[in-house]
Design a protein around this ligand. Structure first.
Ligand code: OAD
Length: 237
């Protein structure tokens, strides 16, 4: 029999217990940095060196953290389910925990691409994206096409190329699981609406979530504990 499909939509909260700051919690990254400066295309045009430093630091920090039990529990779902992880996170902790099908909606810290890609409008092709691991990039570091290298991150003011793939995976899901996102950034925040009527939606987050969809069961817990509860729910289904 074909495996049931679970699509898991994750945000910064799934990596919080690994020691990576969320964005909007107290003491979160956006308390200390202005997203319009360090996470927008205007910020890049205004001061690319500063943005490179910001993401170099994030990349260096990533080397020193590890996946937590929630990442591992999501990966372990693959033993019995056909799982797709759609993450807003730019870290690589789902990969390092063993998940095999991951859509990174907002890009990946360990990858870079040319500032001006191959297409006439300057956008890039997947062939131009490459892995740099945890190393830094600087002004003057060029892609093979001669253009300045930039982080492979989707900034505010830019298109989200993977959104169609993500929508398709949500539409196909028999169960939708949402972990650790404040659902404030679109288009990711609207993805759950594509779930079919018959698909239950579970949401793991320690905070209140202002969603009124009757299909949603809120598991009010941190990600590691919430995944334990979610596993029990699956076992009793
Ligand atoms: P937010 O910081 O907006 O939300 C984090 C969510 O995680 C909140 O709802 C918290 O309550 C929850 N949380 C905190 N600790 C948790 C824990 N231990 N376990 C489970 N949940 C926990 O982060 P995102 O929703 O991921 O985009 O933010 C979305 C996007 O906004 C990011 O991808 C980033 C940012 O601007 C870009 O930079 C393009």
């Amino acid at each position: 029999m074909a495996k049931k499909k679970i699509t898991v939509l994750t945000g910064a909260g799934v990596s919080a217990e690994s020691g990576i700051s969320t964005f909007r919690d107290n003491g979160g990254l956006w308390d200390n940095y202005d997203p319009q400066v360090v996470a927008s295309i205007e910020g890049w045009r205004h001061d690319p060196g500063m943005l490179l430093d910001f993401y170099n630091l994030r990349r260096a920090q990533l080397k020193d953290v590890s996946p937590n039990a929630a990442h591992r529990a999501i990966a372990a779902l693959e033993e019995e389910y056909d799982v797709t992880v759609v993450t807003q996170n730019v870290d690589n902790l789902h990969e390092r925990a063993g998940s095999t099908r991951i859509i990174h909606l907002h890009g990946e810290l360990t990858k870079v691409r040319p500032e001006r890609g191959v297409y006439d409008n300057g956008s890039f092709s997947e062939q131009e994206v490459f892995d740099i691991g945890y190393s830094a990039i600087h002004l003057g570091d060029k892609a093979p096409n001669g253009s300045q290298l930039r982080p492979h991150i989707v900034w505010f003011g830019e298109a989200v190329p993977k959104i169609e793939d993500a929508i398709e995976r949500v539409i196909r899901a028999d169960i939708l699981l949402i972990v650790g996102t404040s659902l404030q950034v679109y288009p990711a925040a609207g993805l759950y609406r594509y779930a079919k009527d018959s698909a239950p939606i579970y949401l793991i987050d320690p905070q209140d979530i202002p969603l009124r969809d009757p299909r949603i069961t809120h598991i009010r817990a941190v990600a590691t504990e919430g995944m334990e509860i979610f596993k029990k729910i699956l076992e009793n289904k």
